[in-house]
Design a protein around this ligand. Sequence first.
Ligand code: MN
Length: 721
Amino acid sequence: MIRQYELVDMMKAYDPDVNEDLVNRAYVFAMKAHGSQKRASGDPYFSHPLEVAGILTEIKMDAPTICTALLHDTVEDTEATLEDIRKLFGVEIEKLVDGVTKLSQIKFQSAQEKQAENFRKLILAMSEDIRVLLVKLADRLHNMRTLQHVKPEKQKRIALETIEIYVPLAERIGVHKIKEEMEDIAFGILNAEARDSITTRLNFLRAEGGEAVVGRILDELRAKLAEAGLRAEVKGREKTRHSIWKKMQRKNIAFEQLSDIMAFRIFVPDVTECYHALGVIHGLYPTVPGRFKDYISLPKPNGYRSLHTTVIGPENHRIEIQIRTPEMHEESELGVAAHWIYKDGTAKHDQTSGKQMRWLRELMDIVDQAQKPEEFLENTKLELFQDQVFCFTPTGDLISLPRGATPVDFAYAVHSELGDKTVGAKVNGRITPLSTALHNGDQVEITTAKNQTPSPQWERFVVTGKAKARIRRFVRQQQRDQYMSLGRGMLQKVFKQEGHDLIDRNITQDICRHFKTENAEDLFTGIGSGHISAREVFYAVHPEERIKDNPPVEPQIALTEKKTHQKGKSAPMPIKGLIPGMALHYARCCHPLPGDRIVGIVTTGKGVTIHTIDCETLESFADTPERWLEVSWEEGEDTPESHVGRLLITISNKPGALASLSTVIGKNGGNITNLKITNRALDFWDMIIDVYVRDNKHLNDIIATLRGTPEISDVSRARSR
Ligand code: MN
């Protein structure tokens, strides 16, 4: 059993200014509280919290965490109360102990994979502080170490729970050291035969001279790296039995090669030397294709960094090599715990190094940025996650979002670029509207398109600031671009009417200043938005024309502007995303209807033409993206005006066929406004029919009914000229 002074000494080794008094008091309190209680092994119960504290010193945790470990079972199993803890140790430790106690009360129910994931999520959400989770993991590890003393059925249940819940949690927060040991013990309980056979085989391979081979490989690697001038340390490491087993299951093979059981690690002082060492290794030995992984430039989601490669190494042995710095190694062993660094005797969260676990970084975004880094540890409150949802990327990366967040928020949280290019989403494998609120544990897959841009509509349902800001900025920029191109077009038109060409150098600094604008772009924007008269700008460039035009003809542009203004007031635009008053046309190729996904194409001097997003005509605008305008229908706006939908119909050449056609359309509330026969064959006629309808749903209803009409052999919506 660890003695009191030993525990304090272990802590002093990494935190010289540790609050000894606090730890000592917790030690004594827990020892007294547990009194003569015994564990299943017959050991005094107190040995358990003490060992848990010991495990946590190995990952260099701070004094409140160690105290929590010592006290973690007192409230649950002894007379002690939370009030006692608060009075004696303060609110911080009280909360930590309370957190661990609550975690111990949740019961793992089902072994279903989906359930296990939810359970892990629940544990994350219930851990009000990351330290609660670390104490819980250390608690579980010690219980695993002493599991042989409980009944076999209970052993199995606990081992299963460990492998399903706690091992993945430890992995997710990167505490490799705890993860591997828990996993190995659980493996022995759940599949003793497999583990034994692997142990036997390992012993056999060692006895067969494996150890000597490993020694020679190490010698050669060390010598070669030293020759290259690298200060490298090389170590051989036997893989864990569970990882060997998993590989055997996955690949359905027996292990024979050295690379099946051993991995080699090269430690170098810094990142540059990692790549240098890699160069040396790859220069000396043939590499095994497809096995090189650069987790330094692209760390794993849990923050893991290292270079991995497999080569045909010394004596033609296939060997796996990991290259890393001691710092990377520590991070891979301790995970999230590696980021408690001790400087000036105080535990600080290493906020500046940028090496935090990905999801901790997310958390930091939530925590007020104004806070001092020293306060971060205390404020790493997972309780913030109560109003969060946790969703997973297809690769299992955990993304935390505020409650109510949608797939668009998710996409922006993963990456701004991903958000901008989003076109659709699959949640748990099912296609889902972008406005759907996500739930805890959802796996979200975002589909993107290269030419997609943020839709102003998204702003209505996104909840994260990041998404909102991105969308707004985009919309504003786009609007400005529109105004600018419109303004330039308007000015060009005035110049042309007056028999002049608009050339860039006409728009001098003086002209811009005269209209109180910074530059030509601003001037065009001002014209486009209706703040500056195009004709006035023309007169400023060609003052002589003002006299000629006397008495001045009411300029056409001014007329448009006036009309525009009035219209903007009385009738709201049926389309969102347009500058109020912009002239609007519906494309005659695709006849867009409310409910269709649409885009606007800016036609200089003519305003905007609305096309359906799948209109074939759009291809001709592919190389002028500046003319594309993100627009959508004004939802819920009761547009009394009907829209024209165009149908392509193939109908049997039979008496009465046309009558059935018009009856069906009429009965469905559609009004035929135009009909044109485009092809007359013996049996079938092709025709185009324009119908007044409310929206695309209305037209789709008509199409559906037409499809059920015997005389009609084919019907579809027009998509192009
Ligand atoms: Mn315990």
